[in-house]
Design a protein around this ligand. Structure first.
Ligand code: UD1
Length: 420
């Protein structure tokens, strides 16, 4: 198991290219299951979760051709299985996004229940309820969700009780090949959902209302060949910006889309950063100043992303003043707090709210990753701490960040990966 060794105290300064978005890549890869020809996707990030999804598609009968530059060609002429097995699903909950495509194409699917998850229960009841509206019958046996729609899927009106990103994606993909029109109300508006919708339209789907909370899908008989380039990862981008801000540094991000990052950029400006945006570029400069603590409440897009919460807690821990951070999306997403406390962070946790009193600095310590974004916050804390921090269980980070230590080194960080 790899560890990251960080010697903190350096101001970050430099340029980083942002990778393709993990959360857009996963459902878009799954969408290839619905195309009886070949599709090409570009700007795919090199991540463990992407590898897992490609393995899963391989098990279902998809031919995969990857190239060095982050493009992939997928050919799903004939699927050989409709089963997403436990050994893959347990390592990546997002495997559930094959459910909608398999039902659309094969009218049946068996997806292993993902089991426990570090950041909360993360059920899939809303996915199931919505797909039932489209005519799918479900049973849960032997740890698998088994869905069948012998007569095919039928368009219907779906209203989500709660906004769900992968739930919206599953129903969207299922509806594309359903008979008739589907309307999804209270749909997730995350840019990754929109990227999936644009990709599906390129492949012949008829989806309107993209980017709004009301998606209208007119079913088509078949999708066709096509290609699509995946949007930049706004969470990776935000993580580097927060790292630069926490170290009082400067950073230039390229291949990024600032229009999808309003909530993060506004909070960083509130923290005292000077931010300049170009069409595909963001420059952040703290001019050597200590950040000011900011208040945060996570929300669905366009609100403040839950995937950026932990990183801001780390920044607040070394900021001037006190910031209150409230998590509203997941019920157990504060596991970075005890680790940050071990590094000297003055943080009081009250239910889903962390009150963070900023200190001049933190102390390096051995810390343990618990989930993807919690790990990112520990890396940021290590970059600002005095002395050495070792972050254990780096596999969490590798699920969602492409060569994070190389990119941080390019910004001047003293960080290395140690193979244990
Ligand atoms: C996606 C993202 C994840 C992000 C999250 C919220 C991917 C691969 N992952 O996860 O990075 O943190 O959105 O922006 O895109 N819920 C239910 N029943 C359901 C489905 C969800 O109760 O059937 C609840 C969840 O427990 C959670 C909330 O709804 O409390 C939102 O979850 P959801 O948007 O579904 O998250 P994911 O799609 O799993």
């Amino acid at each position: 198991m790899d560890r990251l060794l960080i010697h903190g105290g350096r101001q970050l300064d430099g340029e980083v290219r942002v990778s393709g978005a993990k959360n857009a890549a996963l459902p878009i890869l799954a969408a290839a299951l619905m195309v009886p020809g070949s599709v090409r996707f570009h700007n795919l990030p090199h991540l463990n979760d992407v590898t897992t999804m490609i393995q899963l598609l391989g098990r279902l009968g998809v031919d995969v051709l990857l190239d060095e530059r982050g493009s992939v060609e997928l050919s799903a002429k004939a699927l050989t299985s409709v089963i997403a097995p436990y050994d893959l699903v347990r390592t990546m909950r997002a495997s559930i996004v094959v459910l909608g495509p398999l039902l659309a194409r094969c009218h049946e699917a068996e997806v292993s229940l993902p089991g426990g998850c570090a950041i909360g229960a993360r059920p899939v009841n809303l996915h199931i309820k919505a797909l039932e509206r489209l005519g799918v019958e479900f049973e849960v046996t032997d740890g698998y969700i088994k869905g069948r729609a012998p007569g095919g899927l039928k368009g219907a009106k779906v209203l989500f009780d709660k906004i769900t990103v992968t739930g919206t994606e599953n129903v969207l993909m299922a509806a594309v090949l359903a008979k008739g029109t589907t309307v999804i109300e209270n749909a997730a508006r995350e840019p990754e959902v929109s990227d999936l919708a644009y990709c599906l339209n390129t492949l012949g789907a008829k989806i309107s209302g993209v980017g709004t909370d009301r998606l209208v899908i007119e079913g088509v008989a078949q999708l066709h060949d096509g290609e699509h380039s995946i949007i930049p990862d706004r969470i990776e981008a935000g993580t580097f910006l927060v790292a630069a801000a926490a170290t009082r540094g400067r950073c230039v991000l390229t291949e990024v889309d600032p229009s999808q990052m309003d909530a993060t950029l506004m909070k960083l400006e509130e923290a005292g950063a000077t931010i300049q945006c170009g069409e595909r570029q963001i420059t952040l400069d703290m001019h050597g100043r200590r950040p000011r603590a900011v208040d945060i409440r996570t929300l669905e897009y366009p609100g403040f992303a839950t995937d950026m919460q932990a990183q801001f807690v780390a920044m607040n821990a070394v900021a001037e003043g006190t910031g209150s951070v409230t998590e509203t999306i997941f019920e157990n997403r504060m596991m970075h707090i005890p680790e940050l406390q071990r590094m000297g962070g003055h943080i009081d946790l009250n239910g889903a709210t962390a009150i963070v009193r900023g200190r001049e600095s933190l102390r390096g310590a051995p810390v343990m990753s618990t989930d993807l974004r919690a790990s990112a916050s520990l890396v940021i804390a290590g970059l600002v701490a005095e002395g050495e921090t070792s972050v254990d269980r780096v596999y969490h980070l590798d699920r969602g960040y492409e060569r994070i230590e190389e990119k941080l080194r390019r910004l001047g960080a003293d960080i290395e990966r140690v193979r244990v």
